[in-house]
Design a protein around this ligand. Structure first.
Ligand SMILES: Nc1nc2c(c(=O)[nH]1)N[C@@H](CN(C=O)c1ccc(C(=O)N[C@@H](CCC(=O)O)C(=O)O)cc1)CN2
Length: 284
């Protein structure tokens, strides 16, 4: 039997419609939320993701501020744009699209952002707040994963979750969210250095694959009925996405988040949600 689908596209559409109502309410109070993006270089995937973020903004009534710099931009030039957005009253929140070109100190750029405008929840202050259990904007992909599971009725509390990956946007922050009392999952973090990945995965009720290794998660690693979410993005020669999860997993799992169409659209919806929440907070 084939797994049920964790439909990120449909779920994100529902969330966007809820957000559009909240944006209308803000506008009736004279507040228009604004999302800024900083895109450096000409990476085609990054250009596509940023364009998608601005399309989403238009759909829900959030205004867009786009800053683009060439791949040759210096650290100082990027930091100047960050300072400019920190000071821009029309910008409720913004993101710096990752990865930045080689040679740029990403952490220095992220640290320069005003944490109150950090729409990605990746500023060290906000990640620290998350560790301390204080309110903070939540990283978009981890938050999107939890929302996707919740809205499909997949039980998180008490679940054994295996996260595969240790990147800044998914692997590192996701266990922080899942082990909060509100989620109450038990999390094992694996990565490409894990000795026996199959042994770890076979215990998991929920698997999140974010290692960026094509088809790393094989059907024989998956417990029957488990929820498996594919966040890995590699590309074949034609530019088509190849995820971390082998297609055969759908025959064993109870739920799968496809890739594309699963977690990606949820990442974008959660970004909008962070901007609307910041605007509501600022409006008092
Ligand atoms: N500043 C950030 N940079 C990056 C993040 C992030 O959360 N903040 N995450 C990824 C890229 N990303 C958002 O920026 C992102 C990736 C994928 C999608 C998405 O909707 N994907 C579609 C497929 C699109 C395609 O065909 O290529 C899907 O999954 O259906 C949205 C956002 C790294 N950088």
């Amino acid at each position: 039997m084939s797994a049920q689908i964790l439909d990120g596209k449909a779920t994100a559409a529902a969330i966007k419609s809820e957000l559009a109502t909240r944006v209308e309410a803000l506008k009736s109070r004279g507040v228009t939320p604004g999302l800024g993006t900083v895109l450096v270089g000409d990476d085609v995937a990054s250009q596509k993701y940023v364009a998608g973020k601005h399309r989403d903004c238009a759909q829900v009534g959030i205004s867009s501020i786009q800053r683009e710099l060439p791949g040759t931009a210096t650290q100082e030039e990027i930091e100047d744009v960050v300072r400019e957005l920190n000071a821009d009253p029309g910008c409720t929140g913004y993101i710096v699209q990752l990865p930045l070109p080689k040679g740029i100190d990403t952490n220095r750029v992220l640290e320069l952002m005003d944490p109150a405008k950090d729409a990605d929840g990746l500023h060290p202050t906000n990640l620290g707040r998350l560790v301390l259990g204080e309110p903070a904007p939540l990283p978009c992909t981890p938050n999107g994963i939890i929302e996707l599971l919740r809205r499909h009725g997949v039980e998180i509390a008490g679940a054994e979750v295996v996260v595969v990956g240790r990147g800044i946007t998914v692997g590192r922050p996701l266990p922080l969210l899942l082990t909060r009392r509100s989620e109450n999952a038990t999390v094992t973090q694996c990565h490409t250095g894990t000795r026996d990945l199959g042994a770890q995965l076979r215990r998991a009720d929920i698997v999140v694959a974010a290692a960026g290794v094509p088809h790393l998660i094989k059907p024989e690693y998956v417990k029957p009925g488990a929820a498996v979410l594919d966040v890995g993005v590699s590309r074949d020669e034609s530019g088509k996405i190849v995820g971390d999860v082998h297609p055969g997993v759908a025959e064993v799992a109870g739920w799968v988040a496809p890739n594309p169409g699963g977690v990606g659209p949820m990442t974008r919806a959660m970004l909008l949600s962070n901007v609307v929440e910041a605007a509501e907070r600022n409006a008092g």
